[in-house]
Design a protein around this ligand. Structure first.
Ligand SMILES: [Zn+2]
Length: 399
């Protein structure tokens, strides 16, 4: 038992707080957004990071697959560059990190650590050479897919679409080599977004524990993007018999958190998508490019009319995963700046992160458990992935 004060800010200050998913890089590139500026409708800036006592963020490098067809690597590199330029612009407040030690060092010196993960295996354009070069630039996780299947791994987003070709067992032979090369490099294998068969295949192929950088529990909300209890347990047991297991980082998006919200969004979504299509066609007819952000705004307008779920619904997911998979296997993967709808009540930006800690304390979680959830679990997995990589360094790169 601990006699530490059960106050969120105290616990938060004694923790290394890590969020594994924020889509802010698109704002860096498309809106010339600067982290020192005001939020302007977003969730992450330096002020919110400081207020929320956030130690480290994995910025998501996400390439919209239709718009950037034929230019995946170019867009990937532009997004990576945008994160590096933010770090260069704010050397007093933040530092680039690409290792568990880097996160710890940043925390010791009172700086915010910026890391990067790729969202969507299509960024590697079927090339392990690109995968290796992304690692060299600092990428430390990759979700095998985004909402699109990519030929070597299947996505939960289009698994039911007969027009999209899918693999036989979830991963092709090349897909297995991607996973093993990630293990050899020390890049965390991220199963958020993948189809269930791809999850199981990956979890059995990977020699290191896997992560879900931003996924919720399907038992509480039926989105196919969420993980079943069986998957939660398998993720916790991933990495082989000597592993301490993987981690599932909970997504804050109301549509993954609350069944009520998901049902309401499912009902209005077709109409929202029709409006997006119409505006896209109008823009094209006017010889103007329809920006992804405009579509997001339209969807957001629809979502804003749906009542936000209470924060308790989000805490339910953390609690459920802690009970089903273990408190050593759950963390935070907000999806800040990526969710086009609203977050649960009270969560308006990274500044509100201590509210999650307070809610966990209120439910009886110890300060030690909170520190695991806030970042300790992810650090443990990141360290183990690095150790597996060192053990595999003798192995030749995959061709
Ligand atoms: Zn995502």
């Amino acid at each position: 038992m601990t006699d530490e004060p059960r106050v969120a800010t105290h616990v938060q200050m004694s923790a290394i707080v890590i969020d594994t998913h924020a889509d802010t890089p698109q704002r860096f590139v498309d809106e010339q957004f600067d982290l020192a500026g005001p939020l302007n409708g977003g969730h992450v800036n330096l002020e919110a990071i400081q207020q929320g006592l956030l130690s480290a963020e994995f910025f998501s490098i996400w390439v919209e697959p239709k718009r950037y067809k034929g230019q995946y690597a170019r867009r990937t590199l532009e997004l990576i560059d945008s994160v590096q330029r933010q770090v260069a612009r704010h050397p007093d407040g933040m530092v680039f990190a690409s290792s568990p030690e880097g996160i710890e060092e940043a925390h010791r010196t009172g700086k915010f650590a910026a890391l990067m993960g790729i969202e969507g295996g299509h960024s590697i354009e079927d090339s392990l050479a690109l995968l290796r070069q992304y690692y060299a630039l600092g990428i430390r996780y990759m979700t095998l897919t985004w909402a699109n299947s990519n030929g070597w791994a299947d996505s939960s987003g289009d698994l039911d679409d007969p027009a999209v070709p899918h693999t036989k067992d979830g991963l092709t032979e090349f897909g297995e080599r991607v996973v093993l090369e990630m293990n050899r490099l020390g890049m965390m294998v991220d199963i958020s977004h993948v189809a269930d068969p791809t999850f199981y295949r990956t979890q059995s192929v990977s020699r290191a524990p896997v992560i879900a950088s931003h996924s919720c529990a399907r038992a509480l909300c039926s989105s196919p993007r969420n993980m079943t209890d069986e998957m939660l347990v398998a993720a916790a047991n991933s990495g082989g018999p000597d592993s301490k297991g993987g981690v599932v980082q909970v997504n804050f998006f109301s549509g993954f958190v609350s069944q009520e919200y998901l049902d309401a969004w499912t009902a209005v979504r077709p109409e929202a998508e029709r409006v997006v299509e119409d505006r896209t066609a109008t823009a094209r007819a006017d010889g103007r490019e329809f920006m992804a952000a405009e579509g997001e705004r339209i969807r957001r307008d629809y979502m804003d009319r749906i009542p936000r779920p209470p924060l308790a619904r989000l805490i339910d997911h953390i609690d459920h995963i802690a009970k089903v998979a273990g408190v050593d296997h759950v963390g935070l993967g907000s999806d800040f700046d990526g969710v086009n709808g609203q977050l649960p009540e009270g969560l308006d930006s990274a500044a509100d992160l201590p509210k999650i800690t307070q809610a966990l304390l209120d439910r009886g979680y110890s300060a030690e458990d909170c520190r695991k959830i806030l970042g300790g679990n992810l650090l443990r997995v990141f360290r183990e992935v690095a150790a597996v990589s060192r053990a595999l360094q003798g192995a030749a790169p995959f061709a």
